[in-house]
Design a protein around this ligand. Structure first.
Ligand SMILES: NC(=O)C1=CN([C@@H]2O[C@H](COP(=O)(O)OP(=O)(O)OC[C@H]3O[C@@H](n4cnc5c(N)ncnc54)[C@H](O)[C@@H]3O)[C@@H](O)[C@H]2O)C=CC1
Ligand SMILES: O=C(O)[C@H]1O[C@H](OP(=O)(O)OP(=O)(O)OC[C@H]2O[C@@H](n3ccc(=O)[nH]c3=O)[C@H](O)[C@@H]2O)[C@H](O)[C@@H](O)[C@@H]1O
Length: 455
């Protein structure tokens, strides 16, 4: 099938590459000339395991092309995926300017029938606005051209995006209950047939419910995390181990084990903005989503917990003190720094006067870019970008772990102890066992793991 992807960002690139891998003829459009030039020169703008190989294979086979040519992109695809960003607006609601601009561009150039697929995460009712934008442009040209708008939200996770896309838990497709809507659904069915031949994992629904499903999924996952983080802080107080509690409750199939890890708070480009956007949608209908407001508030507080533990241990004035920080990306296997808890930790340590040495296996370049925006030149001068995890440790009072990269899971504790000024570890992702750390003579501060300091 001939497919156009509008927006060659995270989701657009993965969607385009995976659909090309399945034999479709894919045209990826972006407004960012630099991104398109990079892709046309064999580069990949994001770090995502397996993606480079899929893109390279399909480029060589002539199944994927990258361009900024809007007219050509509209002419190409019988199915046009809108996969542009929906960042938070000033009031937290989803900013739809990119989605609507993409729709208008299609309307300006389309001639025959097109299926327009909203792949971006968009508030309930957006498909109606996309339809109106398309129709405005078509009417302005005085032509007749028909289209259907389908909602097909994306559930992939960064760091496992190719795998998630190729082996989805579910595919949600919202379409109108009209002849045109059924025609669009038939195209989507054909497109997704290779993923699940019997369509046992496809959920067909109306457009508004599909739009809502995406926010409900992210809000539920964020809720689980904030719930566990709040309990972890209480566990610290009462002398319980949140990891034991996690096993204890996760074994109940009604609860399940996933997304129950307490830590330094959730980050990334999606949970923070989608929780906020759903709250704002509710407010438009005079409804207050109390649970989600709490989820957001708990997460904002949780991002401070690691830094507060350091300050509690070493004092509010950290001038003259140096710390090692492992992990900068908002989660492992990505270089994405959007809403990363590490940014909050660095702000706390630098505000208290400390110097830091930081290391991340893949996010160093992105961290340099982002921290140059977050920090003043004086603050940035107190950050050293180290060459390896061990290189961060020299002269550090303590090691602070923010991201649970695999490479940090089995370090040489003897070497760490020798290199650090004091054998103190703050573990924002509960990578290690408190008992093991106690045996190795480390002072260990996890999240919700104070069982050994119980009196
Ligand atoms: N990043 C993720 O893991 C996931 C993101 N989503 C959702 O997918 C959407 C896209 O997210 P990302 O891929 O992370 O965004 P992104 O910011 O990485 O990429 C968006 C791309 O769209 C381009 N763009 C903007 N306006 C355009 C236009 N009119 N025509 C062509 N290109 C245009 C931008 O230049 C950029 O390259 C968002 O709604 C997000 O919530 C959904 C699931 C997972
Ligand atoms: O809409 C989106 O963009 C995507 O948002 C999340 O994916 P992502 O943000 O890539 O990453 P997650 O693995 O969900 O992690 C998000 C944050 O939660 C944190 N987290 C996750 C799980 C957990 O148990 N505890 C926890 O603190 C992670 O460290 C990370 O900071 C969802 O998992 C995807 O299904 C969804 O498609």
């Amino acid at each position: 099938m001939k497919i156009t992807i509008i927006g060659t960002g995270y989701v657009g690139l993965v969607t385009g590459a995976c659909l090309a891998e399945l034999g479709n003829d894919v045209f990826c459009l972006d407004v960012d000339q630099k991104k398109i030039d990079l892709l046309n020169n064999g580069g990949i703008p994001i770090h995502e395991p397996g993606l480079e190989e899929v893109v390279a294979r399909n480029r060589a086979a002539g199944r994927i092309q990258f361009s900024t040519d809007v007219a050509a992109s509209v002419a190409h695809g019988e199915v046009q995926f809108i996969a542009v960003g929906t960042p938070p607006d000033e009031d937290g609601s989803a900013d739809l300017q990119y989605v609507l601009a993409a729709a208008r561009n299609i309307g300006k150039h389309m001639t025959g029938y097109k299926v327009i697929v909203d792949k971006s995460t968009v508030p309930v009712g957006t498909a109606d606005r996309v339809k109106a934008a398309l129709q405005d442009e078509i009417s302005a040209r005085g032509v007749t051209a028909t289209f259907s708008v389908v909602s097909n939200p994306e559930f992939l996770k960064e760091g496992a995006a190719v795998e998630d896309f190729m082996r989805p838990d579910r595919i949600v497709i919202g379409h109108d209950n009209t002849a045109e809507g059924e025609k669009a659904a038939a195209k989507m069915k054909k497109l997704y047939a290779p993923f699940n031949r019997n369509h046992e994992r496809t959920f067909w629904m109306d457009v508004r419910s599909a739009e809502f499903t995406k926010y409900a999924a992210n809000a539920m996952l964020a809720t689980r995390i904030s719930f566990m983080n709040e309990l972890a802080n209480l566990a610290d107080q009462v002398g319980a181990d949140i990891e034991a509690v996690r096993h204890g409750i996760g074994s109940d199939p009604r609860i399940g084990h996933s997304f129950l890890y307490a830590g330094a708070g959730y980050g990334g480009s999606c949970f923070p903005k989608d929780v906020q956007a759903l709250e704002r949608t509710a407010r438009q209908y005079s409804q207050d989503l109390l649970i989600l407001r709490a989820v957001e508030a708990v997460n904002d507080k949780q991002k401070l917990v690691l830094g507060q533990k350091v300050i509690k241990r070493f004092g509010a004035d950290l001038s003259g003190k140096h710390f090692a920080v492992w992990g900068l990306a908002f989660k492992p296997n990505t270089d994405d720094m959007r809403e990363a808890p590490s940014r909050v930790l660095l702000r706390q340590l630098l505000d208290a006067g400390a110097t830091v040495a930081v290391y991340d296996p893949v996010a160093m370049a992105e961290a340099k870019r982002v921290l140059a925006l977050d920090l003043t030149p004086e603050e940035l001068a107190r950050v050293r970008f180290a060459a390896s995890p061990m290189d961060t440790l020299t002269d550090a009072e303590a090691l602070v772990i923010v991201t649970e990269w695999k490479a940090f899971r089995s370090p040489d504790f003897d070497k760490i102890k020798t290199a650090l000024k004091q054998a103190v570890i703050f573990d924002g992702r509960n990578l290690f066992e408190p008992e093991v750390m106690a045996e190795a003579a480390f002072e260990y501060h996890g999240i919700g793991r104070s069982i050994l300091t119980r009196t």
